[in-house]
Design a protein around this ligand. Sequence first.
Ligand code: AMP
Length: 283
Amino acid sequence: MKVAETIPQCRAALAADRRGGRRIGFVPTMGFLHEGHLSLVDRARQESDVVVLSIFVNPTQFGPHDDFDRYPRDLERDLALAESRGVDVVFAPPLEEMIPEPSLTTVTMRVVTEAYEGTARPGHFDGVLTIVTKLFHIVQPDVAVFGQKDAQQVAAIRRMIADLDFAVRLVVAPTVRDADGLAASSRNVYLSPEERREALALSRAVGRAADLARQGEGDATRLEAAMREELARSPSLVVEYAAVVDADRFTAVVEVGGPCVAAVAARVGATRLIDNVPLGPDG
Ligand code: AMP
């Protein structure tokens, strides 16, 4: 496994593969790898010949009150996990390499990024889309694998690829859950055992929406009420949203017709968690 810390090193590590016509699969992450990330690596392996994993905790996608400073980091462990999973190239640039000075150019998007995570985290999607653009330019992947776990991010990246003609195919991998149902997340290390029990309400809520939708319930108001009822069973949760949205535009729907997502966000103590399930024809 090659480890590149600079942009030229990353390009050099892939030059021969690119010349040889090998398909490059790319998994961008913020590190502190878990089974969710590693499932994306497995998927990239299926879809391509060379697997590149990036590890970069992107400060521009954190707000001033977010957890950038305390976000968990363990590069040594990440490299061991990546190697054991068959990653070919890890791109782990230091902050100064990716952002040598504050960028004057930003990728920004309307509609898809405006509500839900966009409201809760102003500037978050500008930070995500700008860094993902830079990573796409550095790695130039044929295929990029993202997790359904971050459904609004997937919608934004899908739209950015289409709007800006990136020559990359987006693959979305399903959410990996721990045995108790909680969606795997680097932030789960923040949770005390008690908070973790409370946090299970998120997966129960979206699971309930998925069950009801499978039984034919398509009314967004009733699906949202069912999710809120489930979330209310964990009284210490502070619910930010529980919504049924169009999977592509991430805007509220009245009725599940095309592809939709039932999405929730809540705070458990100091930790902010999100979860979702796809509904509708793709769900
Ligand atoms: P992060 O390191 O949190 O920025 O996540 C990097 C990538 O892993 C994103 O595409 C996430 O959607 C994906 N991811 C995070 N958690 C999970 C999970 N539980 N299952 C599947 N993919 C995930």
